[in-house]
Design a binder for this molecule. Sequence first.
Ligand code: SAM
Length: 216
Amino acid sequence: MKPADDPNIDYKALVQRGYDRCAAKYEEARHGEGQPELSLLMDRLGEGERVLDIGCGAGVPVARALEQRFQVTGVDLSSEMIKRARANVPEATFIYGDIMDSQFPAVYFDAVVSFYAIFHLPREEHSKLFRRIHRWLKVGGYFFGTVAQTNEPAYTEHDFFGETMYWSNFGLEDYQKLLTEIGFQLLESGALGHGFDADEDISEEHHPLIFAQRIG
Ligand SMILES: C[S@@+](CC[C@H](N)C(=O)[O-])C[C@H]1O[C@@H](n2cnc3c(N)ncnc32)[C@H](O)[C@@H]1O
């Protein structure tokens, strides 16, 4: 683990390059049994409602599961991931780009999901990102996704599917406070593991889940 504080390094470009290069291995590792926790959200949505998947990766298993009942739009910074997502879930709409540059109408989506992705954006952007999510959601719409457990300054590691990768996050309580302040009600909490197939040689991980509803 190395502090990610070099002003000469473009860390978003590093994330993009890392996922472009490891997309095949990452997709293979995510081709498991799906994500049962999604039912928490899916049970509350009506057929055909609009769902945005931020950092959708290769579209499996999340966008694929959601697309069976909803209109899914996925956004990802990695062109290689977007290419795979389009092949895996041809019925969904996938947009290549940084979610911080993405434009959607206000009050448009019934739900926004984001699994294992927000911690790849510099944490200085997280408040703005959640405010954008709030704006894109209809009143009564849901945010469902993973954040991080502990507050830690940005860092890189060199062994993420063979690539250097960057993470940056606040702690769970910071995210809960932020969401409450900007007009969400927290509904349920929980946690996900690393989400990879059981035969992947990766130590256990704990990714707190936030399930929240736009109330104001
Ligand atoms: C760990 S993967 C998770 C993929 C997928 N959500 C899943 O559950 O398998 C993180 C994804 O977030 C994407 N990502 C990172 N920063 C992003 C940004 N600023 N805007 C959009 N996507 C981003 C990466 O390219 C990568 O595909």
